[in-house]
Design a protein around this ligand. Structure first.
Ligand code: NI
Ligand code: MN
Length: 224
């Protein structure tokens, strides 16, 4: 599977036949290298309704004729802006042509211009090739991450920027609950308030856990 880091919380997952985009914020993202038109995903999945996560999703959904998958209230909002949507809520998975999607809890908030956009979520995607990816969205550390980890994760995309989300110390705790094969740190170094040293984080995680940390610069991809 190919993982592309768009920057901030934006990630593209590509299996042999399908592509899924999560939280694609490109326009106005100071670190993004892509253009919104670079992406033709089968679906876009949103963790929550903050502008740094909705990003370009409505424009990409329209240009690629793909649905936005999100919690019900956020899906309704995207629908009101003209996008095709699939509303879900936290709980069991739903099967799509590219694989399965399950929304999980996240400890955060979710609104846009004062409008409530449902609970913030984490996302578990099981691609058709069987690889399971957890994108934590924006969240604080919580002990129920251990239950998500029991599903057997290939990759966990975890925020480490602090202030709005976990910091590297909390993400280190999260990794011990999630036990993923790979970790992609995200939601850091987009702007000065969330500056972090990802190399130090990688060193600590890899010397104390069985997980391997993939550090990708915005615009970079890797195979797992
Ligand atoms: Ni947020
Ligand atoms: Mn955010």
């Amino acid at each position: 599977m190919k993982i592309t880091f768009i920057g901030h919380a934006g990630v593209e997952l590509q299996s042999e036949k399908h592509a899924v985009l999560i939280d694609p914020w490109i326009t106005g993202n100071p670190v993004a290298k892509h253009k919104p038109t670079d992406f033709k995903p089968n679906a876009i999945i949103l963790s929550h309704g903050h502008s740094d996560h909705i990003g370009d999703s409505i424009a990409i959904a329209k240009s690629s004729n793909s649905p936005i998958i999100a919690i019900y209230e956020l899906a309704l909002y995207c629908h009101s802006k003209g996008a095709k949507v699939e509303g879900m809520n936290m709980g069991g998975p739903r099967e799509y042509d590219f694989g399965k999607v399950m929304l999980t809890p996240a400890f955060h908030s979710s609104s846009l211009d004062g409008q409530y956009l449902g609970m913030p979520c984490g996302i578990v995607v099981t691609m058709k090739d069987g690889k399971k990816i957890y994108h934590a969205g924006d969240t604080a550390l919580f002990s129920d991450m251990a239950l998500i980890g029991r599903q057997g994760l290939e990759l966990a995309c975890l925020p480490i920027g602090s202030n709005y989300t976990m910091d590297p110390a909390a993400a280190f705790e999260a990794i011990q609950l999630l036990k993923p094969k790979y970790v992609l740190p995200m939601h850091y170094n987009t702007f000065p308030l969330i500056s972090q040293n990802a190399q130090e984080f990688k060193k600590r995680v890899e010397s104390h856990t069985g997980s391997k940390v993939l550090i990708l610069n915005p615009g970079e991809s890797t195979e797992i």
